[in-house]
Design a protein around this ligand. Structure first.
Ligand SMILES: [Cu+2]
Length: 154
């Protein structure tokens, strides 16, 4: 019996809800999620993550109510082909910001339960190495806002 009781105590501790929903020093701005055709099972989220704190902020991954997994990815060009690879961590120096944008670093929302449609709002969080989570509500859009011109000049 004694062993059984201990087991239940461990379970109870593990089940405590995460009470940290945001870390004051780290914030997310201008987040958006790309709305793709519903036949797609993955999509990407973009945002600016600001670190106003005195320590390096390390983003390890994320979570979203619509995705089974959220990874930090970067886009790399290999032999003229754009490929994505997972980043174990994204480090943001004190006072700096990380811009996650199409063609660069992004959050990858994997194995979606539902693909957001343009205009939907998606709750998503980034997880920091400190154990804290920073969350935001990101609108879904089909593309970058028209105000930002592309620089594809030849
Ligand atoms: Cu990706």
């Amino acid at each position: 019996m004694r062993a059984t009781v201990k087991f239940f105590i461990v379970l109870a501790c593990a089940a405590l809800p995460a009470i940290v929903v945001a870390q004051g020093n780290v914030s997310i701005e201008q987040a958006w999620v790309r709305a793709l055709p519903p036949t797609q099972s993955n999509t990407a989220a973009y945002m600016t993550i600001l670190n106003a704190g005195p320590d390096v902020a390390i983003v390890r991954g994320g979570s979203s109510e619509i995705a089974q997994a959220v990874e930090v990815h970067r886009t790399v060009e290999v032999d003229g082909m754009m490929r994505m690879e997972q980043l174990d961590e994204l480090r943001i120096a004190p006072g700096e910001q990380a811009v996650l944008a199409p063609g660069g670093t992004h959050l990858m929302l994997l194995n979606l339960t539902t693909m957001p449609a343009a205009g939907d709002e998606v709750r998503l969080c980034v997880q920091l190495a400190s154990g804290a989570e920073v969350c935001t509500v990101a609108p879904a859009r089909k593309s970058v806002s028209s105000g930002k011109a592309h620089a594809h000049h030849h």
